[in-house]
Design a protein around this ligand. Structure first.
Ligand code: AMP
Length: 423
């Protein structure tokens, strides 16, 4: 039997992982300069956390969730971050803390989708959420943050599309208008959209099938049906984005896949990604908390796909994270030197000097220096019987090709000094 990773789930290692780690660090820098603090929630949540919030008829709840039955409980591997975040906020009363609060998470998500380029079954999302703030400025700040993230990585080929999906007061009327428009064309819609027609007609607007897309293009747009409060909010978000110098496009087809959004909805896409062009997206979801039986809680957030961000960075070939190589390679000649260098090696690691050694006392100098070159060590320490007798060691500068004889009792200080000068 061939043992493989689960389909649509990837191992990360080597250079690719180094790029991920560098990207993660950079992301944390941007998030922290925008004042966002990290929150971590469990991978498993109760089924109800998603069923009641994401929406019964969404693809996620209908067919994409990984569920686990255990001791009469149904648990779900989280398919998205916002529902679990709000569950945690309510559970720990974080919304009772005074003022606007900003949180971010960086976590794996699980969706049983058909895997393809940029679409996985386990993928990582960075999410940012602002709670306790119903102002359009909070929406604009969040969109500006996502924009700042891509700009930070010098990504230029992306589009920022924004829309408003109205609220519980104005959306029902728009839904009716939309149904009136689609009703005579029902037969031309794809099977899925025919199902969506009754209960989630807005979702027909973001169907990727050509026949549905052609019809959706001429459908009435929601921004013409907003109530005055939603209209005011939307126009303020737009003007704040202009103030913040974020270029955006009005796109009435942005309705987002999940049911819980109200007012602002947005998506960032890039042609560099191919068919799965969404880099990230989000929106306002003030009513989500009510599905947990709580009061409405002003909230706005986004989710950014890490695999897709890394794919764009790989495509650009601009960012090469520094290679991690050992500072020193230890080359003992003989058993006595081997014993000495083994303990010196551990001691050097303890004080932060990275080093490597081949655990084979039989190797000759030529093979050892070849290994030192292969791992790209800056220095090699050569210790043989003669050196041991005189209390010296040879320090070879691998790049310069020079070497000097130094006191064995000062080995730590010598290397610490050199490392300091090198950094
Ligand atoms: P969503 O929660 O569906 O709005 O997704 C937010 C972001 O996560 C998207 O814009 C993508 O960048 C990323 N994403 C969503 N689904 C997947 C997936 N199956 N595989 C990889 N990335 C994904």
């Amino acid at each position: 039997m061939e043992i493989r990773a689960v389909r649509g789930m990837h191992d990360l290692y080597g250079e690719e992982l180094a790029l991920w780690q560098w990207t993660e660090n950079e992301l944390r820098k941007v998030l922290s300069s925008f004042g966002f603090k990290e929150i971590r929630t469990p991978v498993l949540e109760q089924l109800s956390v998603f069923k009641e919030t994401v929406g019964d008829e969404t693809d996620i709840v209908e067919k994409q969730m990984y569920t686990i039955e255990k001791e009469s409980e149904t648990l779900v591997l989280r398919p998205e971050g916002t529902s679990g975040f709000i569950r945690a906020v309510l559970e720990h009363q974080l919304h009772r803390l005074p003022g606007t609060q900003r949180y971010y998470y960086y976590q794996p998500m699980f969706r049983h989708e058909r895997p393809q380029k940029g679409r996985l079954r386990q993928f990582f999302q960075v999410g940012a959420e602002i709670i306790n703030d119903s102002s359009p400025e909070a929406d604009a700040e969040l969109i500006a943050l996502l924009d700042a993230i891509y700009k930070h990585f010098q990504i230029t080929e992306y589009k920022v599309c924004i829309n408003s999906v109205g609220c519980k007061d104005c959306r029902p009327q728009y839904k009716e208008k939309l149904k009136d428009y689609f009703r005579p064309h029902l037969a031309s819609l794809c099977e899925l959209c025919q199902k969506r027609f009754e209960r989630s007609p807005l979702r027909i607007l973001d169907c990727k099938r050509e026949s549905c897309k052609a019809l959706a293009e001429k459908a009435p747009v929601i921004t013409n049906s907003l109530c005055s409060v939603c209209q005011g909010h939307h126009s303020k978000v737009r003007s704040r984005l202009k103030d913040a110098k974020v270029d955006f496009i009005d796109d009435p087809s942005i309705v987002r896949g999940l049911d819980y959004y109200s007012r602002t909805a947005f998506e960032f896409t890039s042609v560099l990604l191919g068919a799965q062009s969404a880099l990230g997206g989000g929106g306002r979801y003030d009513e989500l908390s009510t599905r947990f039986g709580a009061e409405p809680l002003p909230a706005v957030g986004f989710g950014l796909g890490m695999e897709r961000l890394v794919m764009v960075l790989q495509e650009m070939k601009k960012h090469t994270p520094p290679k991690e190589t050992p500072f020193v390679f230890l080359a003992p000649l003989g058993v006595e030197a081997f014993n000495h260098l083994f303990s010196i090696g551990i001691e050097l690691k303890r004080v932060g000097i990275s080093n490597e050694m081949v655990y084979d006392a039989e190797k000759g100098l030529k093979a050892l220096l070849k290994a030192a070159n292969r791992v790209e060590a800056a220095y090699a320490i050569v210790l043989g019987d003669d050196e041991l007798k005189s209390g010296q060691f040879l320090l070879k500068d691998m790049k310069a090709g020079t070497q000097e004889s130094l006191k064995l009792s000062h080995i730590k200080e010598e290397l610490l000094g050199r490392r300091q000068r090198a950094s």
